[in-house]
Ligand binder design. Structure first.
Ligand code: FMN
Ligand code: SF4
Length: 572
């Protein structure tokens, strides 16, 4: 069978679907060929009826798509803070020097291309890499060495850190994802379909006090209520599994270990808002979680727990997985909708909000993986139980991803209300060395100093302390950490990920990184320049990326003013 014939057959499956099939079609072509050639673009354009120029725009937007020929294997080494602490730069240089190439190049034998990558969501296994081999599923590699990266890889299953008494994570899941028989036959969904109206499901979720775990902390019951009430017969549920915030990997752990908890939660959300179609948008860098979810959907459909006429009822649900292609901005819900629609991930102006104008312009409930996973627990155990775990404004168990200088990095389930100090000392193995700073909430977060860690881990306490829970990332740095280097990496991250749609963020992230790059020998007034750029981005940007791109830097200016002083090396 020739490659051209394969392409024809592959694309034929998308005929008639139009633009929304663009990302899946590009993934298929690139998976088989390693890159997407002009002839491929021509054919995709013909089948999907999308102009070639638009297809090139999409390929260029997403970093995991390649127009140029690449090596048979592409090695991407994480370059973000936690992996940097664990020697990621040395790893990248080690691989490149063994191949006799520079970063971004392909080895002479056409075997390897080596690139650095934004956070791969494997901070608990730093330093990490992602390897794409033509014709094979991608593989995430933990704690790698140059030798291991250039050798043969085994596809690993990542063990959860787990807590003994957790309800979202399950410490017993040491060696494999939880199977359907271990999980059970979707008892919460059964309870809902057999005995609750959609409005009653929404009322339970509202009464539970569940607020979104994706960063914006919006009440979930209210979101479902608005979506259900929005006019229109066609609606959607979208599960946001894009998880690209540096330092955040809780959703990966949930998907890899408890796929059926997530699927049951999506089914509950769909039943509640009144739709038969849901999407899981998962970042392209999570091949393992993607494969596990694909298999779990098949298992559930085979048992009539998903698909047509679920449990013999008239409720049907099709869950489709969409793979992202390397763009942090696609975690922003409206950019995510654009990606599913086959476009570049440019955020939309809000309002209108997704609950009335979401995916394909229709009412949509978009929720984070962890938020959705809470729904079956609430329906099974009740809203009162959920409220009894945690604090007044932070109901329910909460997952946090902890990385950096701690004894046991990983994902932990906590009852909000414990102090950060208790969490660090008693739960995740203590700080290694002398604590210098904690970055709360990921790249868009704020720093806490050693004398500030008695703050309670709740949304409201962190907010009152001028900090944030954000996506639940806790990055810990001891006295050996180079905080200037950390800030440079955060600056590069935002510069790379800014989509460029609005000027304050497009230009602000560039100016910010330029100033951060010269932090070791700053120009006069650089501190004021950074504050000016940071405030402008916060106040004037179009979306949350720009609003938060200067937050960590401004927090560092407040908490570590000495980092911005000249050290005697001063340029005017
Ligand atoms: C730049 C940016 C990236 C985001 N990334 C994610 C993400 O990876 N996962 C996520 O659930 N929410 C992310 N969000 C928040 C989403 O826009 C949205 O608020 C969330 O998915 C809603 O779900 P929730 O109510 O369950 O939290 C991001 C927001 C911004 C501005
Ligand atoms: S704030 Fe940044 S990421 Fe958001 S729309 Fe503007 S340029 Fe794009």
């Amino acid at each position: 069978m020739s490659k051209t014939f394969d392409l024809d057959a592959t694309l034929e499956a998308y005929r008639g679907r139009g633009r929304e099939a663009l990302l899946p079609a590009l993934w298929d072509v690139q998976g088989a060929r390693g890159s997407i050639s002009p002839a491929d673009v021509q054919q995709i354009s013909y089948i999907l009826r999308v102009p070639e120029a638009d297809i090139y725009g999409v390929i260029g937007f997403y970093t995991l798509f390649h127009e140029e020929a690449t090596g048979r294997r592409i090695i991407r080494v994480c370059s973000d803070p936690t992996c940097a602490l664990a020697g990621a730069d040395e790893l990248l240089h080690g691989v490149c020097s063994r191949l006799g190439i520079s970063e971004g190049e392909t080895s002479a034998d056409g075997e390897y291309t080596v690139e650095h990558s934004p956070c791969l969501g494997l901070c608990d296994y730093a330093p990490a890499a992602l390897v794409s081999e033509r014709g094979e599923p991608d593989k995430s590699l933990p704690q790698v060495t140059p030798e291991a990266l250039l050798g043969d890889w085994t596809d690993l299953y990542f063990r959860p850190a787990g807590d003994a008494d957790s309800v979202m994570l399950d410490a017993s899941l040491a060696d494999a994802p939880q199977s359907l028989s271990q999980y059970g036959d979707y008892t919460a969904l059964r309870k809902a379909i057999r005995g609750m109206t959609p409005d009653e499901v929404i009322a339970q979720v509202e009464a539970s006090g569940l607020i979104g775990r994706g960063g914006a902390a919006f009440p979930t019951g209210l979101k479902w209520k608005f979506t259900r009430a929005a006019p229109g017969a066609v609606k959607y549920v979208v599960c946001n599994a894009d998880e690209s915030e540096p330092g955040t990997f809780k959703d990966r752990v949930l998907m890899e270990h408890r796929p059926h908890l997530l699927l049951e939660g999506i089914a509950l959300a769909a039943y509640a808002v009144g739709t038969g179609k849901a999407y899981i948008f998962i970042r392209g860098e999570y091949p393992k979680a993607t494969a596990i979810l694909v298999e779990a959907i098949q298992q559930a459909e085979a048992q009539a727990l998903l698909g047509e006429n679920i449990m013999g009822s008239d409720f049907s649900l099709d869950i489709e997985i969409r793979r992202g292609a390397g763009a942090y901005i696609c975690g922003e819900e409206t950019a995510l909708f654009e990606a599913i629609e086959g476009k570049r991930g440019f955020p939309r102006m809000k309002p209108p909000y997704p609950t009335t104008f979401g995916l394909f312009g229709l009412p949509t409930a978009a929720n984070n993986v962890e938020t959705i996973c809470a729904a079956p627990l609430i329906i099974n155990r009740g809203a009162d139980w959920f409220r009894s775990v945690g604090a007044e404004g932070s109901a329910g168990p909460k997952l946090v991803s902890v990385s950096g200088h701690v004894g046991r990095p990983g994902v932990y389930e906590i009852a909000p209300g414990m102090t950060l100090r208790h969490f660090l000392d008693q739960v995740c193995g203590g700080v290694i060395g002398e604590l210098r700073a904690v970055l709360m909430g990921g790249a868009a977060g704020t720093f806490l100093l050693p004398d500030e860690i008695d703050v309670k881990l709740t949304f409201e306490d962190l907010r009152a302390a001028g900090s944030t829970f954000g996506s639940g990332a806790i990055m810990v740095f001891n006295q050996t950490a180079d905080l200037r280097d950390l800030l440079k990496r955060l600056g590069r991250f935002f510069q790379h990920e800014s989509c460029g749609k609005c000027f304050p963020c497009q230009l602000g992230t560039q100016r910010q990184v330029e100033i951060l790059e010269r932090l070791d020998a700053p120009h006069k007034d650089d501190r004021e320049r950074l504050l000016d750029v940071g405030m402008t981005m916060t106040e004037a940007s179009l979306c949350g990326l720009g609003h938060t791109a200067g937050i960590a830097v401004m927090s560092a200016i407040e908490k570590f003013p000495q980092l911005f002083e000249s050290n005697g090396k001063h340029h005017d």
